[in-house]
Design a protein around this ligand. Structure first.
Ligand SMILES: [Zn+2]
Length: 426
């Protein structure tokens, strides 16, 4: 299909995209931002809405044992390897409307536009609405995609508990009509060997495209992560005036020392161009026991470490443990780091990236290459060996907040690129 015909067909479906964004926003606005908890009512509404609308558009719809949604435009050869276009439909608490949902709406809009022209793909093209990508809820990332691929971490179903309800993942899944027992006992829904490609459109969560006034980015790679979701340092509560320094078991200063050790590692990484970032997003003394004049007997904290280099993340697990042991001995405290969770970096497919760059030229879309610092389901597909690529759409004010601001014009350019990829012969 000619690029101009693709652009026109996509442009004619702008209302569909706007309507879907508006419907999700209206139902899942929480008074401050958007809340679509993983396996919660907002996410459930988003899945049901997308599947219903896709069915009205003539797409085949289904779900899997993890509750992911599939919306398929059938190809001429049903047995041929399908192409997946996916993203997640959950959000963080008080988040924005575009993070995640944009990728699913983009897929449905692209398929609707292409179907309008009478186009039929050679193999199936399936839009996947993915469950539970945001690790804020269960402390585990990419739950829906990893469950579909059969690589959900051991024990996650029964051990991961949602931050707000403290109920297990299996429990929440069952409540949403998913089937955790089938996940335990049946072969995975998706066979990575039988997927032609996985493409994900997502808003950029950093300021690069906005600063450079470019609507679309072709993602070069996705950082993996190593996380310590629920660590604790245990010292001893005692009066700050009465206890000499040598007798203190100060959990606050011990955690501070651990954090500063990681910051020095970050300095070293920068000096030798090693990709790395870490964040201590949670650090808290016990509000029930802390006081200005009491030495902290307990500090709870989290660590999120990211890198494009999986070997370096492996190394960091041992280093964090060694640093914690050393500080514990020196400061007479105890660290209980708890469970480490990890997600492998996503290496994106060079051939698809090259095709997408070609597409931006054919459609006259200003675009640049850009790495992804944030995690995405695409990383799970890439780690499983599926040829994977991502398209970023310009977005102001970051994400995971109510102020994320993607222009629908930019979004539609991203949809054009997706549609071009599907409908242009290689
Ligand atoms: Zn996202």
């Amino acid at each position: 299909m000619e690029p101009t015909q693709i652009a026109a067909a996509v442009g004619a479906r702008r209302k569909l995209a706007e309507e879907l964004f508006d419907t999700l926003r209206a139902e899942t606005f929480d008074g401050v931002g958007i809340t679509r908890a993983s396996y919660g009512p907002g996410e459930q509404f988003a899945h049901e809405t997308l599947r219903r609308r896709a069915a009205e558009l003539g797409l085949e719809t289904s779900t899997d044992a993890a509750g992911n949604s599939y919306m398929t435009l059938p190809g001429r050869h049903r047995a041929a390897k399908p192409t997946l276009i996916g993203s997640h439909l959950d959000s963080v608490a008080q988040g924005g409307n575009f993070d995640g949902a944009a990728g699913v709406i983009a897929g449905v809009t692209a398929l609707a536009a292409l179907a309008d022209t009478g186009w039929q793909p050679e193999a199936d093209v399936t839009v996947m609405g993915i469950r539970a990508e945001e690790s804020a809820w269960f402390g585990v990332s990419y739950i829906g995609s990893r469950a579909a691929l059969g690589v959900l971490p051991e024990g996650a179903l029964d051990e991961a508990r949602r931050a707000d309800t403290r109920r297990t993942l299996a429990d929440h899944m069952a409540e949403c009509g998913a089937d955790p027992d089938a996940l335990r006992n049946s072969p995975p829904h998706l066979d990575p060997q039988h997927l032609a490609a996985y493409l994900e459109l997502h808003i950029e969560q950093g300021p690069v495209l906005e600063e450079r006034a470019i609507p679309v980015g072709i993602v070069t790679g996705i950082r993996g992560n190593l996380r310590v979701p629920a660590a604790r340092c245990i010292g001893e509560y005692s009066h700050c005036g009465g206890v000499p320094r040598a007798h203190r078991r100060d959990a606050a200063i011990a955690v501070a020392e651990l954090v500063m050790s990681l910051d020095r590692i970050w300095d070293e990484c920068e000096a030798r161009d090693q990709d790395f970032a870490f964040t201590v997003g949670k650090m808290a003394t016990d509000a029930g026991r802390h006081a200005m004049t009491i030495i902290a007997g307990q500090v709870d904290f989290s660590i999120d470490m990211r890198s494009l280099d999986i070997g370096f993340l492996d190394e960091m697990e041992a280093r964090v443990q060694a640093i914690a042991m050393e500080i514990a001995a020196k400061r007479r405290v105890r660290f209980d780091l708890g469970r480490f969770t990890r997600a492998a970096p996503g290496l994106l497919d060079e051939r698809i990236k090259a095709r997408l760059r070609e597409g931006t030229k054919a459609l006259d879309i200003p675009a640049i290459d850009i790495p992804s610092g944030a995690s995405h389901d695409a990383a799970a597909f890439a780690a499983a060996g599926v040829p994977t690529a991502m398209i970023f759409v310009r977005n102001a004010n970051g994400s995971h907040n109510p102020d994320e601001a993607m222009e629908i014009d930019d979004f539609m350019r991203g949809v054009e690129l997706l549609a071009w990829y599907l409908a242009s012969p290689t």
